[in-house]
Design a protein around this ligand. Structure first.
Ligand code: PSU
Ligand code: MN
Length: 307
């Protein structure tokens, strides 16, 4: 059955039909993750980087009630300028947003869903959601983890920020059968810094082996995705103490302000950014570009295995 809500751009459609590599990109990072105009500039640079590394970019978003796989530069500009006014759309938001023909910025969850609907296998982003600190009481666990458990897309990220409880996040992924891979590392990277103190399940050093592992998963009909954590390049990484201090303060301010639910992640991300000044924005941009490069090469390796 053809999904009447799904709208794949002509370029992405052509690439998919011809077995060419495609990389999905999320839009919450555009609308909610960075300020305008750096968000739009970065989104376009990320697309360019994917092209330079041999793949076709598919920025994913919900626009006017359509699930878009492949946005035009005008659509990216629109999402970036509208910023926080775009609804951050997780799995639970899709039914009403689509029926009302609204816009939505896709998180890791909804980007994976739409990528899977379109037939895209590889997705690059910055950081994923996970088990929040204090989740034993609040139950605040990102839908991203459930999506990784059920949707067959490889997500290439720079780990997760320690605004989360990284140990519990790894436990959750283990329970759900999601492989956590370190690209060139045995240690789970923590977004701005290469270090978390936690180990990954497997270290893999080449895009070819990433592609082969994911293909084996799909060939066996194992449901769910694969999480690839790619450390920020050394020269852009931030000292762990600086980041940890900012995160502790952001968490205290969140508690004091009584923030909860879907506002938690955006609040913490914005606070950490304020507390660390421009350094964290620069690091954020660099790690996303680094993930885009790896994702394009991995998508190309996957294409070689399947056509
Ligand atoms: N973590 C980051 N940067 C982000 C996000 C998370 O370091 O931009 C965004 C992603 O879109 C992710 C979402 O899927 O936040 C998770 O939100 P929540 O914790 O509300 O599930
Ligand atoms: Mn949450």
């Amino acid at each position: 059955m053809i999904n009447p809500y799904l709208s794949i751009s002509p370029e992405v459609q052509d690439a998919l039909r011809n077995g060419k590599p495609v990389v999905a990109l999320e839009s919450t990072i555009i609308s909610h993750g960075m300020p305008y105009p750096q968000n739009v500039e970065t989104a376009l640079r990320v697309e360019q980087t994917i092209r330079e590394n041999g793949a076709v970019p598919a920025t994913i978003a919900i626009i006017g009630g359509k699930l878009k796989a492949g946005c035009t530069p005008d659509e990216i500009e629109y999402l970036g300028k509208k910023g926080q006014a775009v609804i951050k759309a997780s799995r639970r938001d899709l039914p009403v947003l689509l029926a009302r023909k609204e816009d939505g910025a896709t998180t890791v969850t909804t980007t994976m869903m739409i990528a899977a609907m379109a037939g895209i296998k590889v997705f690059a982003t910055g950081g994923i959601g996970g088990v929040h600190r204090g989740a034993q009481q609040t139950f605040d666990i990102s839908a991203d983890l459930e999506e990784l458990a059920q949707t067959p897309v490889m997500v290439i990220c720079a780990g997760a920020k320690s605004i989360l409880d990284l140990g519990l996040t790894l436990e959750y992924l283990e329970t759900k059968g999601v492989p956590v891979i370190g690209f060139g590392t045995e240690e789970l990277p923590a977004f701005y810094t290469r270090h978390s103190g936690f180990g990954v399940d497997y270290r893999i050093d080449t895009p070819d082996e990433l592609a082969a592992a994911f293909k084996a998963k799909l060939d066996c009909g194992l449901k769910g995705g694969m999480l690839v954590t790619n450390p920020i390049p050394e020269q852009y990484s931030m000292p762990k103490e600086v980041i940890d201090k900012a995160i502790e303060q952001a968490l205290r301010e969140m508690d004091a302000a009584g923030i909860h639910g879907k506002q938690c992640t955006p609040f913490l991300l914005a606070k950490v950014k304020d507390l660390t000044g421009g350094d964290s924005l620069d690091a954020n941009i660099q790690l996303v570009l680094n993930n885009a490069r790896l994702a394009a090469r991995t998508a190309a390796a996957y294409s070689r295995l399947t056509v």
